[in-house]
Structures are given as C-alpha cells and as structure tokens.
Design a protein around this ligand. Structure first.
Ligand code: AMP
Length: 223
C-alpha cells in the first residue's frame, strides 16, 4: 500500500522487458506508466510535427533530442498531479534527462525513490528484439518463439496484422545497444551513489521477474 508518491525509474538495455514490467508494476501499485518510447510512437503515428521530427532518430536507433522528449514528458507528468506517482520507462536515458527529471519531481515535492536496473545480457537482447512482433493498432507485443499469437501474424487482441518495429531490425538493435552503453548505462552509477539503485535479474519468465521487481520496490517504499 503506497501512502505517499512513489516514483520508480526502470533502467536496462533495449529488450530488457522494461515496458512489460513497467505496465505490471504501474497496475499493481496504481502508478502512472510513462513510456517515452510509447509516447514518441504515438506522435509518429499521428504524424504530428513532433512525431515527424522524432521519426528519423528512432528509425536509426538514436536518441531523440532531449528538448523534444522533455516537452512530451512534461505534458504527461502535469496531467496527473495528485496521483500516487509514476513508473518511468525509457526515461531518463542521458545525464541531462536525469537532471531534468530530478528538477521536475522536486517541483512536485517528489524524487526518484527507486531506480531498478533490469539486467539482461547482450546476446539475449538481440534474440528478444529480433523475434519481437508488435501490433501497430493496439500496441500488444508478441515474440515468434516465446509468445506467438494464436493466428500467425495476427494480433490476438484486435486482429490487426503484426509488424517488426522499424527499430527492431538487427543493425538498428546494435545501434540502440551502443547508444545505451554510452549514454544510459552511466546513470546506474548516479543512482547507485544516491543509494536508490536496485539490480533485478531480467532473465526468466515474466511473472518471476515481476516478483523480483516487486520485492526490490517494496524494500524501497519502506525506506
Ligand atoms: P523504447 O521503446 O523505449 O526502446 O524507445 C524507442 C526509441 O524512442 C528509442 O530508440 C529512441 O529513439 C526514442 N526514445 C525513447 N525514449 C527516449 C528518451 N528518453 N530520450 C531520447 N530518445 C528516446
């Protein structure tokens, strides 16, 4: 039971399962799930000016410039003031983003209470993302080996044709991993120094990982 705002950052390489776990955690603790990747994909799908600017960075597996992402994040954060807190999925990804997040949360009288690092080796990342199939209509995610849809190539939820995300192609996956290593991995040290970093083994079944994640977060709520 959360009695004050709880803000959780999920860190980990692309394909670590942050999106899946963030959704589960947000639902279990009544937190708002903020995925900057999902928000950006929505803008791209709407073909908004922001989406048009972001699309080419995303297709190449590069980071979208901080100011564009910040604009979206702000809009999302301020529409839910008064709620129990957020699970940040895919944000922050750079030192500057981490500083901005601290500042925004401080203005709301909050802070990053816990940063969870979902640990997954590189080989597993490539296997997971290479087999990932996504529904462009409802956002459901499948995997050709580990979570195939009931009818091949079709979404179980809405029946739309499944696609390989543009940035799940192998060369783009490698680029995303390299960007992660150079820009995002250093944030582990930042949160470690603050004493809020928790490491969670990201291998295994979704439920088993979620159980470990909940334990890690629960320990931090009691801080
Ligand atoms: P994700 O679904 O989190 O893997 O994000 C997909 C893509 O969106 C990334 O490869 C980036 O191009 C972009 N993106 C998502 N979040 C951010 C962020 N916090 N900063 C910059 N770019 C981002």
């Amino acid at each position: 039971m959360v009695t004050r705002a709880l803000d959780v950052v999920l860190l980990g390489p692309p394909g670590a399962g942050k999106g899946t776990q963030a959704k589960c955690l947000a639902a279990a603790l009544s937190l708002l799930h903020i995925s900057t990747g999902d928000l950006l994909r929505e803008e791209v799908a709407k073909n908004s000016p922001l989406g048009q600017e972001a699309a080419s960075f995303m297709q190449r597996g590069e980071l979208v410039p901080d100011d564009l992402v910040a604009k979206m994040l702000l809009a999302r954060l301020y529409t839910q003031q008064g709620l129990a807190g957020c699970v940040f999925d895919g944000y922050p990804r750079t030192q500057a983003q981490a500083e901005l997040l601290d500042q925004l949360l401080a203005e709301l009288g909050r802070r990053v209470d816990v940063a969870v690092y979902l640990e997954v080796p590189d080989g597993e990342v490539v296997a997971r993302l290479g087999g990932r199939r996504s529904c462009p209509n409802c956002g459901a995610v499948y995997h050709v080996q580990t979570k195939p849809p009931a009818r091949e190539g079709l979404c179980d939820v809405c029946g739309s044709g499944l696609v390989v995300r543009e940035d799940d192609r192998e060369e783009v996956i490698r680029q995303r991993l390299s960007v992660y290593r150079s820009h995002t991995e250093p944030l582990l040290e930042l949160y470690e120094k603050r004493g809020v970093l928790r490491r969670v083994d990201g291998l295994g079944a979704v439920d088993a990982i979620f159980a470990r994640l909940k334990e890690a977060v629960k320990g931090s709520v009691a801080r």
